[in-house]
Design a protein around this ligand. Structure first.
Ligand code: SF4
Length: 115
């Protein structure tokens, strides 16, 4: 089972408990099809705009056993508001630059629901 750490948008914490993220991870569905059924070893926010804390948090998740870092759909697809993070590309690039090949980085958790 892959060990994954999920980084979510702090701005949507009041709207979403991350339920779909955990369900998709456990079933190996959505983005997790790339790594199979997964155990979530950590579920943290980006730390708030503009997301600079995400790199340190990704490193922390790796230290706590994450082999895969996943930015949640709230950040990259904008669920549940249809409002993606304006900093998502920089956040993802910074995480990839910091962690290199040592972890797999996935850029969403589950497809955006159809409204
Ligand atoms: S930086 Fe992006 S992901 Fe983080 S709180 Fe702000 S909008 Fe959300």
């Amino acid at each position: 089972m892959a060990k994954v750490g999920i980084i979510r948008c702090q701005q949507t914490e009041d709207l979403c408990g991350g339920t779909a993220d955990f369900q998709f991870a456990a079933k190996g569905k959505g983005a997790f099809e790339a790594v199979g059924p997964s155990e979530v070893v950590g579920f943290v926010s980006c730390g708030g705009c503009p997301g600079k804390r995400a790199v340190a948090r990704a490193k922390m998740l790796k230290e706590r056993g994450a082999e895969v870092i996943v930015t949640a759909s709230c950040m990259t697809l904008g669920t549940p508001l249809g409002f993606p993070c304006p900093h998502k590309d920089m956040i993802l690039a910074a995480i990839r630059r910091a962690l290199g090949e040592s972890v797999t980085v996935l850029d969403y958790t589950h497809p955006a629901p159809k409204h």
